[in-house]
Design a protein around this ligand. Structure first.
Ligand SMILES: Nc1ncnc2c1ncn2[C@@H]1O[C@H](COP(=O)(O)O)[C@@H](O)[C@H]1OP(=O)(O)O
Ligand SMILES: [Mg+2]
Ligand SMILES: [Mg+2]
Ligand SMILES: [Mg+2]
Length: 384
């Protein structure tokens, strides 16, 4: 039986059209196509709320960390508190909103917290989560420490190609978080193994382009929330909740004019391979190094045109590090593939099976970028 795949996007919609088309076989008695529009409105509203609350929790912890004279920046405990607190909060909110059909694949679990000596940190996390829920006011609850541990462990789903699964990185870019730089709360929804919705909260990302002069001036407000639903485009709004604007990737066609992003952390990327690729493309500007999936957000609004993520051999990419970023960029008109030109496959569980790394750019530049990547990989291999 043939299967009809159709897209439905209403031109009259002023709000982002939030329809994902299900692909169903036509009824046996009719030759006309069947369109089933599936809305993710409720999921999007819940995801935005959960990510915004988590962002506020993380901001509070980061502020205390940076202001503290006592805590050294090498002390990992504030990060831990924020990672777990963010995960518990997002997990709790999503479970409240979708009690009958809830599956979450998330980075953290409570194993270390349940060890001897973990009680104090669990109490700190619980207080942070309860404070956030009180400020929000939608749920009339006070969570116990055990409730918080359970909420964290509700993120233990394995994901896969069947049904719906939320995918969460409660803090992506922990090193950036510690330095007071960029980090993101990244939340996505998989439906049938495909990413259908993504929300990226980037509390330290300026609202204006990173390429604008004076972006570090004290008047430049920070805190961006990117969101995308399949077929509906990508939007960005300030984390304080004011109105959203549609964003588009850069339209740059000449690689000489393209600027590119890569990891801030040298250990996360083969910078020598990235430089070789940039050299082959003729990119003139030096790479912009920022932490976390904030790179996907920045790219989706055209701050830069290329993102290269080429981790060292043996590193396995996890789905929560790319699911939200991937849809945010692709709905803004960008392309995300591995180094063999294949789309990322989020249906295989927690890990992405990739050839070498991930490359991201606009549709015009992708063929040039892809060739430069292949040639550079070959050259690097033959020089070893
Ligand atoms: N050795 C590594 N190579 C590549 N990525 C890593 C490595 N270690 C951790 N990461 C993850 O890379 C992401 C940060 O990417 P970037 O380098 O682009 O900022 C984070 O998801 C971080 O995890 P985490 O979520 O714990 O911060
Ligand atoms: Mg991460
Ligand atoms: Mg993380
Ligand atoms: Mg981590």
């Amino acid at each position: 039986m043939s299967i009809n795949w159709l897209r439905f996007v209403s031109p009259s919609l002023k709000k982002p059209p939030l329809f994902h088309l299900c692909h169903l076989p036509p009824p046996p008695s009719s030759s006309s196509a069947v369109i089933v529009a599936m809305s993710y409105d409720k999921e999007l509203a819940a995801a935005k709320k959960a990510a915004s609350l988590a962002a506020r929790l993380c901001q509070k912890v980061q502020k205390a960390l940076l202001q503290s004279d006592v805590q050294s920046k090498n002390d990992k405990s504030p990060v831990t508190v924020a990672d777990y607190g963010s995960q518990a909060l997002v997990s709790f909110v999503l479970q409240q909103e979708f009690p009958d059909n809830f599956s979450l694949v998330a980075e953290e679990d409570s194993k270390d917290l349940r060890k001897d000596g973990g009680q104090e940190i669990v109490e700190r996390i619980t207080k942070l989560v309860n404070d956030s829920l009180t400020i929000d006011g939608s749920y009339n609850v006070t969570l116990s420490t055990e409730d918080v541990l359970k909420a964290i462990d509700n993120g233990r789903s394995e994901g896969g190609s069947q049904g719906r699964h939320w995918v969460l990185d409660p803090i992506d870019g922990t090193k950036g978080f510690l330095r007071g730089d960029q980090y993101a709360i990244a939340l996505a929804l998989l439906d049938g193994g495909k990413v259908v919705l993504g929300v990226l909260a980037c509390p330290n990302l300026p609202l204006t382009s990173l390429s604008d002069a004076g972006q570090h001036s004290p008047n430049n407000k920070v805190g961006c929330l990117f969101f995308a639903v399949v077929g509906g485009g990508t939007y960005m709004q300030p984390l304080d909740g004011s109105s959203a604007v549609k964003v588009q990737v850069s339209a740059v066609e000449n690689p000489e004019e393209a600027s590119f992003f890569e990891s801030y952390e040298a250990a996360h990327s083969m910078h020598d391979l990235s430089s070789l690729i940039a050299q082959k493309l003729g990119v003139k500007a030096p790479p912009v190094r920022i932490d976390s999936q904030a790179k996907y957000g920045a790219l989706s609004r055209g701050d830069g045109a290329i993102y290269l993520r080429l981790p060292h051999k043996g590193y396995r990419e996890k789905i929560w590090d790319h699911a939200a970023g991937c849809i945010v960029v692709s709905e803004a008109g960008g392309v995300v593939t591995d180094a063999a030109g294949q789309p990322l496959d989020f249906s295989k569980g927690k890990y992405l099976d990739l050839d070498t790394g991930i490359i991201v750019t606009n549709q015009k530049l992708m063929p040039l970028l892809f060739n430069a990547v292949r040639k550079s990989i070959q050259e690097k291999a033959s020089s070893l």
